[in-house]
Design a protein around this ligand. Structure first.
Ligand SMILES: [Fe+2]
Length: 397
């Protein structure tokens, strides 16, 4: 079912749509289809199915992402040059690998590895959509990936700004593993963290509030910005979130009016931090966010559903802490105490990226529903904003 969603996501695409690459950070849809398949072929079939022969001996070079232990690979910025293999051939690769993985589904000793492959695939489903959005946004025709956008639910306005208050204290952070179900290695080990009293906003920052920040000269006032952020917006000439075009925004449904009560999306950590400063508040730490999420259902809110056919942020924002946009925290993405990456190539999955990035919590409208949880640690460099990234404010009490 997870694998089928990836194919459903590319069903509206031509081979050309699936081949183009808009920037080094983003990958073609066809590459995502093949790379997630390479992950199963390499770590499950090659390593555990006796007699398995690679679908094509030349393809691991094309579809290895960053695993040094798996040898040299095609340069990431050149992924858009892979007009061949064609989309049909990549889909045949997927069918071939799926058929062979099915032979191993009964192997209890491989269940954890196969679960990793499926959760990896879900991460790439989100990247596929955000990468595609970026690519389509550069087409002057502003083409829609899919209609319709998420349904507008009545005329209600955004949830009033209010705060969840927390006493602080000593709290258990991170995933306990084992019986608690699947988690990525970066979510553990569970450990204790001492929090001061704090409050977390009940909803995300809206487009209306962001427009006020812009109108108030938010992008022109160095007092609001971290030094690196100020240098970055000036070097890039930035004055608004990534997809804003005056009072319109590029969406997966093409160019659409900016909805004032919808959560703002496609802002960087630097912008999120400057906004929080302007608003007289701050971003939460990842630990505050996780403690506040206790008792919140991670499967509610606008997230990606198989077969929904509609994509986008809720016009008035999702209830709860999950959905619509990933939320920047002020926490650097670092290993938890006693963290050790797994042995072998799979150990390269998360640990080697623990430098220069910030943690994001929650889930977005492009996150497959059921993929995220309170302990989930998404991470991106502070200047990246092509993901569905938004802002939830926090304050000290
Ligand atoms: Fe990957």
């Amino acid at each position: 079912m997870v694998r089928g969603l990836t194919e459903a996501l590319v069903a509206p695409l031509s081979d050309a749509d699936a081949t183009i690459q808009s920037m080094p950070d983003a990958s073609p849809a066809k590459w995502h289809l093949a790379h997630t398949t390479w992950f199963f072929e390499t770590f499950v079939l090659r390593d555990h199915l006796p007699g398995y022969r690679l679908f094509d001996d030349a393809w691991p070079f094309l579809f290895n992402s960053y695993y040094e232990a798996e040898g040299p690979r095609h340069a990431r910025p050149q992924r858009g040059m892979l007009s061949r293999p064609a989309l049909d051939e990549v889909l045949a690769y997927r069918a071939h690998v799926d058929a062979h993985v099915e032979l191993l589904l009964h192997r209890a000793d491989l269940a954890e590895l196969i679960a990793l492959g499926l959760n990896h695939e879900q991460q790439h489903q989100e990247l596929l959509l955000t990468d595609l959005k970026h690519a389509l946004s550069l087409n002057p025709l502003a083409p829609a990936y899919a209609y319709p956008r998420a349904p507008e639910s009545g005329t209600a306005s955004a949830v009033p700004m209010d705060w969840h208050r927390h006493e602080g204290g000593l709290h258990r952070i991170g995933h306990g593993g084992g019986e608690a179900g699947f988690a990525f290695d970066n979510e553990g080990p569970a450990h204790e963290v001492l929090l001061e009293p704090f409050a977390l906003a009940r909803r995300l920052v809206t487009n209306r509030e962001w427009a006020e920040f812009v109108a108030d000269g938010g992008y022109r006032n160095p007092a609001l910005w971290l030094s690196d952020g100020w240098a970055w917006i000036n070097a890039e000439g930035l004055t608004a979130p990534l997809y804003w075009r005056e009072d319109m925004a590029f969406t997966l449904s093409g160019l659409q009016p900016i909805l004032p009560d919808a959560p703002v999306a496609h802002v960087s950590f630097y912008e999120a931090d400057a906004f929080a400063t302007w608003a007289g508040h701050r971003l939460p730490t990842e630990f505050e966010w996780e403690v506040a999420a206790a008792g919140h259902d991670p499967s509610v809110g606008v997230q990606l559903d198989a077969g929904a056919g509609a994509f986008g942020i809720h016009p008035q924002g999702s209830p709860g802490l999950f959905g619509d946009c990933w939320q920047w925290t002020r926490s650097a993405y670092l290993p938890y105490p006693r963290f050790r990456p797994a042995a072998g190539a799979v150990g390269e999955y998360n640990g080697k990226f623990m430098s220069g990035q910030c943690v994001l919590k929650g889930a977005s409208c492009a996150t497959p529903r059921g993929h995220s949880r309170a302990t989930y640690r998404n991470f991106f460099p502070p200047d990246k904003r092509w993901q569905f990234t938004g802002v939830r404010l926090a304050k000290d009490l």
